[in-house]
Design a protein around this ligand. Structure first.
Ligand SMILES: [Zn+2]
Length: 239
């Protein structure tokens, strides 16, 4: 594959795998970064939230600490792509629902995958980070108890993440799945809500979706997925 392919969204694992508790990391960060320089994910054991920006992987842990992740650490689930310089549009004074509508208007269809990035100043930012789970792993629904929420006001930073079509729920979290990293690297995580005071939004559409599965992982090989349960639990956990 072309190393700088900006038309492809790469994904390791599926969100469905997290639902029954397949939380062990199955791909190294070094290998993940062979497929993109920008993205989101989590570490083995659902340990925190990853923000991948400019080829650097940052983790926001449930204790609120942010650090740079090393190449040998493992991910059970992540998305990356190569960021392309896309034209930006200025947005001012929008809440999260208005932001999502504006982003969707810019994507122009709800049937494609697209990266969504925002650089700006947020009136309010509300995130969460899941705490590390240990084997035998709990279900995704049970990990909600291990998550910590974070709130900040008047904070500068970057949003990175994706819009995914409803049709692929289970493989992905449908709709918007966005993470945040503040400019000073002291606040971040999986976005639950925000208000944007002023920012530049960029949309990068993908014509390819490259799904990479951990075919040698025995727990994954043995799992029998109930797709109805999977989709219901993803909606609860990720929104
Ligand atoms: Zn997330």
């Amino acid at each position: 594959m072309n190393k700088m392919n900006t038309e492809t969204l790469y994904q390791h694992g599926t969100l469905a795998m997290l639902v029954p508790g397949l939380l062990a990391g199955t791909l190294s960060v070094a290998d993940l970064l062979k497929h993109g320089d920008t993205g989101i994910g989590t570490l083995s054991g659902l340990n925190g939230e990853l923000m991948i920006i400019g080829g650097v992987v940052y983790q926001m842990a449930a204790d609120g600490q942010i650090r740079v992740v090393g190449p040998k650490e493992m991910v059970p689930f992540a998305n990356v792509h190569y960021a392309k310089q896309e034209p930006t549009t200025k947005l001012t004074n929008v809440d999260y629902a208005q932001f999502q509508q504006a982003a969707l208007d810019q994507i122009g269809t709800e049937n494609i995958f697209a990266a969504v990035t925002v650089t700006g100043k947020f009136t309010r930012m509300h995130t969460r980070a899941v705490g590390e789970q240990v084997s035998p792993y709990p279900t995704l629904a049970a990990t909600a108890e291990a998550q910590q929420e974070f709130n900040a006001t008047a904070i500068d930073g970057q949003v990175v993440g994706y819009f995914s079509p409803e049709l692929y729920a289970g493989v992905v979290s449908p709709g918007f799945h966005l993470h945040f990293l503040s400019s000073d690297h002291v606040m971040g995580g999986h976005i639950l809500d925000f208000e944007l005071e002023s920012g530049e939004i960029a949309i990068q559409p993908f014509q390819n979706f490259d799904l990479h599965l951990p075919i040698d992982n025995n727990d994954f090989r043995r799992e029998h997925f109930n797709s109805r349960q999977v989709i219901a639990d993803i909606r609860k956990a990720e929104h």
